[in-house]
Design a binder for this molecule. Sequence first.
Ligand code: ADP
Length: 463
Amino acid sequence: MKIVMVASEVVPFAKTGGLADVAGALPLALEKAGQDVIIIMPGYKAAHAIKSPEIRPFADGVSYSKIGKNIPVYFIENKEYFDRDGLYGDKNGDHKDNLERFSYFCRHALELLREIKFKPDIIHCHDWQSALVPVYLKNTLALDPFFTRTRTVFTIHNIGYQGLFAKEALPKTGLDWGVFNMDMLEYYDKINILKGGLVFSDLINTVSDTYSKEIQTKEFGFGMEGILEKRKADLFGIINGLDYSIWDPVADKKIAANFSAKDMAGKVACKEDLQKLCGLPAKAGVPLIGVVSRLAQQKGFDIVAEGIDEICRLDLQMVILGTGDLTYHQIMEAMVKKYPKVISLHLKFDDTLAHKIYAGSDMFLMPSKYEPCGLGQMISFRYGTVPIAFKTGGLADTVNARNGYIFDEYSKAALLANIKQAVRDFKSKKKWHDLALRGMKQNFSWSASAKKYIELYEKAKAR
Ligand code: ADP
């Protein structure tokens, strides 16, 4: 099959979260499975800043690179739209021209396919930033013979981000007012780009089985539950895999020492290294909890913030890496002042430190209020770090009492009870080792999930 991945962030070129991991790793697995894949993403300043792989000019407004064995990556270039800091926004909030930026991206992605004569069987779009692709295909390009056999698959990575804009901006997309109604792109008198993707794509999926069911409910649907209920026969759940060439304690060059399920000695060195780096006392017997996360309510920071003072008084250490809401930055900064020997805070995006935290921590805290899939817990498993998570979405599908700690009441009390239990269990070396080992031995490689995506593409093709 000829498959196009249209995504607004792709590892190794640009990343703000899990979407980039998926858009970078799934094509590699598809290529291994013999599929003909290309990737199209915006030519951000951040992408041009990386040294390898090299990005070269390709044509007017397009540049080019390669990943995997031979996967072409095309960058839609536009100095005004993409040559700036922040993929979607900066410290002042979302970029004001995001509608123009991403409709430009989607339109030019489709034009590029014609230019390079790549007639896709499947265009796979991700989240609202590429949701206009199916909208254009079923509207402005509906009669275009180049795309008659093309089908679209749309993946929801997080239904909380929908691309909402004032209706007056609709002409900027090049679409006519015929799409602005309740059954299409209108949502309470605004343009909802994600909704357009959900209405016009041939098949829809999200990144775990549980989340695919949750988003059909009022509690998790963020207003999209109605349209998803209508499309429930076309809605699937496929859990993300992990890119084992990036997340591998045996070969990871970013960590202090390598280790494996057979020989965990390196993990001790990783913990020492992390403690030193973070200015925490080098105590092997005290459990170290890692957090790598957006500092947002979605990630459970409301209950973490409520409980953090009590958590810091337990016999443990904590390293937090992430950026997000200013309120949580401030709460955590106050804790660092109060408990400097217990908690270490890093308010930034730092891939190398993330690797060191996954490898050097004993536990990984991920009490997300909702979690479409979640990669943090899967990476932790791989590095023998035991997750403590709230039972929702992809966390419910991957964490259980045999491999970690999972609680089903979203509260500070439940969070604290689980942390306390983990701290107690940590004292028993054998019990802890067995728990960590069970996590490490699980398989979250992309091959199984890529197979499911190929089945989904076949289903879409048969439409
Ligand atoms: P999200 O909802 O943010 O996409 P996921 O768990 O699916 O959450 O994926 C988050 C990805 O981003 C993981 O690979 C995680 O390690 C990474 N990540 C998140 N915050 C940071 C940070 N501050 N520095 C480095 N990596 C980060």
